[in-house]
Design a protein around this ligand. Structure first.
Ligand SMILES: Cc1cc2nc3c(=O)[nH]c(=O)nc-3n(C[C@H](O)[C@H](O)[C@H](O)COP(=O)(O)OP(=O)(O)OC[C@H]3O[C@@H](n4cnc5c(N)ncnc54)[C@H](O)[C@@H]3O)c2cc1C
Length: 379
């Protein structure tokens, strides 16, 4: 697939940056569960934290394809850094750009795009994951303000963000999907506090946070878009965000494949490199084929979005396929490394652990299949 000159230049730039700044510390971030704050700072200097947003709000004025390319390149070395970037852009900043009024955009987007602060998206709750319509966090009107009470779990960047896009039930009497509203809650807001920081199988350098809202009072200008639009806004955000997860899964798969291919050329068994054994060649061929297919799906979804065409089916397909391909590819990468793949001296075990979240976050594989089925049955 031919990238435009602008996209190729971005890809080269991010690739060089990742080789110099991300790759050398990726294993350490994972091992020490260290948040990539310094890397984010350097990325912000390159304009990567506001890639798809217009320059008037401090963004780089590029598009979704550029966003996908950057996420993929970072994920080839460090999925923890990539998900931090991805969530910041597609879950933290995107809803403000898409649903916010001018005042809200001017208040938050320049800081989000410059990396002055990060953003997060608080939808999931202990009893509401796939069924986001079931959230229990309440927003009640009080003296002209909104008072939010509830708890969010598993929020990426939740403990590192200034602004948290928070879904809450503002009208329990309304039908389930019309009863939610979205609020821009700042971390300094009285009544907002951090719960536990999760320890994870993978993406250990990223921040996954419980958030607690106790009598958390926000002014009316914290309401994002119209009251009652929260469910629709969350679904739209996730439709778009899945392109980012697809790109992330693609990058993980590519990174694991690159390492497996190199290893196969060097490892000698039975008097020749294992890459000369047909069983290993077939694995590499399957991996390369799945990566190409995933890339086409990811870029197609991004292209459709960039050209204002329907993309819901394709974003779910790219997320579903790329994440499941990443599981197969990282598994094969370990197999190609044999015992060395299982130990931490080689990075493929990290890729395998990191890949798993891709089949869960922003809608599980099962939910993607439901989204795709709904779309294709309407056609
Ligand atoms: C590291 C990490 C980061 C995350 N980041 C964020 C974030 O930034 N913001 C945020 O809001 N959330 C975030 N999440 C939450 C994530 O989106 C949810 O975990 C995910 O949507 C699944 O919800 P759940 O965990 O409650 O699982 P459940 O919904 O309880 O699902 C359990 C199982 O049941 C299946 N299932 C459920 N319903 C159906 C159905 N109708 N048909 C078939 N199968 C079904 C699921 O596919 C799954 O296999 C994150 C999670 C993790 C682990």
């Amino acid at each position: 697939m031919e990238l435009s000159q602008e996209h190729r230049m971005l890809q080269d730039m991010v690739r060089q940056f990742v080789a110099a700044e991300v790759e050398p510390v990726a294993a350490q971030l994972d091992e020490e569960e260290k948040f990539p704050a310094e890397i984010l700072q350097k990325m912000s200097e390159l304009g990567l934290l506001g890639i798809p947003f217009p320059e008037e709000y401090g963004g780089a004025g590029m598009d979704t394809t550029a966003f996908a390319i950057a996420v993929e390149e970072v994920a080839r070395s460090c999925a923890s850094t990539a998900i931090t970037l991805c969530a910041h852009i597609s879950l933290g900043a995107y809803p403000i750009y898409t649903f916010g009024n001018e005042e809200q955009k001017n208040k938050y987007l320049p800081g989000l795009c410059s990396g002055e602060f990060l953003g997060a998206f608080g939808l999931t709750e202990p009893d509401a994951g796939s069924d986001a319509g079931g959230i229990k966090t309440r927003a009640e009107r009080k003296n002209g303000n909104w008072v939010i009470d509830g708890r969010k779990v598993f929020i990426t960047n939740g403990g590192k963000s200034k602004v948290i896009i928070t879904s809450a039930r503002s009208n329990p009497q309304a039908p389930k999907h019309k009863s939610l509203s979205t609020f821009l809650v700042e971390n300094s807001n009285p009544g907002f506090k951090l719960g536990k920081t999760e320890k994870k199988l993978g993406l250990r350098g990223s921040n996954t946070q419980e958030l607690i809202y106790e009598n958390c009072e926000v002014t009316p200008d914290a309401l994002l878009g119209a009251e009652g639009d929260g469910f629709k806004q969350a679904v739209t955000t996730l439709d778009e965000g899945r392109i980012g997860i697809g790109a992330l899964a693609l990058g993980i798969a590519q990174g694991a494949y690159d390492r497996a291919r190199e290893y196969a050329k060097q490892r000698i068994q039975f008097g020749k490199p294992i890459a000369k054994h047909q069983a290993i060649q077939f694995k590499l061929a399957d991996m390369a084929t799945e990566i190409e297919a995933a890339r086409l799906l990811v870029y197609q979804a991004a292209w459709l979005k960039d050209h204002q065409k329907p993309f819901i089916k394709q974003s779910a397909m790219c997320k579903l396929y790329a994440s499941e391909a990443a599981m197969r590819v990282t598994n094969a990468a370990i197999q190609i490394h044999g015992g060395y793949g299982f130990i931490k001296d080689y990075p493929v075990e990290r890729y395998y652990r990191d890949a798993k979240l891709m089949t869960i976050g922003e809608g599980t594989s099962e939910i993607q299949r439901l989204v795709i089925a709904r779309q294709i049955l309407q056609e």
